[in-house]
Design a binder for this molecule. Structure first.
Ligand SMILES: Cc1cc2nc3c(=O)[nH]c(=O)nc-3n(C[C@H](O)[C@H](O)[C@H](O)COP(=O)(O)O)c2cc1C
Length: 216
């Protein structure tokens, strides 16, 4: 078992996935250590991403001062989860993730998992794609990566015995500067509030997927 997974308390896949509900009221007295938050992020970051670019950036809000600052760019209907959560992880998309792209594949090569030819092929195929991409492409790509890692974080919170709420009810124009990030580089995606549930969450319904599916 890796260092990161040691604090997992729930390894029941069905329970983690199917008993996940959005919790918006947490026990405000519960503190999650920064080590455990980092472990959850490390586990969440095992999520897939486009070309393995991992175009996500996490801002952790876990103090009253940080919450007050953060709330300036959060819609008031989301204050209850922000105020009561042990921590909120704000996930921003990094449109410059390709600038360090060589490092991650060099690691795979150095670990002996790909040949030099394969390394050159991967970098030769994908790097030009991103270097020449439009800002819209980079923003969309980063947003997709962040959505996937956000979902995995929701599940990791459950695996650690917590509950969570993903929220995008935010001031999209102001969130990135409010967090002190560079608006030219980062795009806002979603917050994930994490803590010990202090309410029985609403059990929501889903449309029958047959109404949303077609087989081509
Ligand atoms: C992209 C996204 C944005 C969301 N934004 C909010 C939000 O701003 N506030 C909120 O309370 N819940 C928000 N939610 C949670 C949804 O309301 C919730 O997932 C949905 O109603 C289904 O309920 P469940 O999560 O309990 O299954 C968001 C969920 C997603 C995936």
């Amino acid at each position: 078992m890796s260092e990161a997974t040691k604090t997992m308390v729930n390894n029941d896949f069905s329970d983690v996935v199917f008993n996940r509900h959005s919790v918006r009221k947490f026990d405000p007295t519960v503190k999650i250590s920064r080590d455990e938050i980092q472990a959850m992020l490390t586990e969440a970051a095992k999520a897939p991403s486009a070309c393995n670019l991992q175009s996500w950036h996490f801002v952790v809000i876990d103090t009253p001062e940080a919450k007050e600052k953060f709330k300036k760019a959060v819609m008031p209907f989301n204050y209850p989860q922000v105020d009561s959560a042990s921590a909120i992880v704000f996930i921003a998309g990094d449109t410059q993730s390709h600038l360090v792209y060589r490092d991650v594949w060099n690691q795979v090569y150095q670990a002996g998992n790909i040949t030099k030819e394969r390394l050159d092929q991967i970098l030769g195929t994908f790097l030009p794609l991103y270097e020449k991409a439009t800002p819209e492409f980079l923003q969309l790509d980063a947003t997709m990566d962040c959505s996937i890692v956000g979902m995995q974080l929701l599940l990791m919170a459950r695996a650690h015995g917590y509950d969570a709420n993903a929220f995008s009810g935010i001031d999209f124009a102001n969130m990135i500067p409010t967090l002190g990030l560079d608006p030219k580089r980062y795009v806002p995606v979603m917050g994930v509030a994490i803590g010990k549930a202090a309410e029985e969450p609403l059990h929501t319904e889903r449309y029958a997927t047959t109404t949303q599916t077609e087989f081509l």
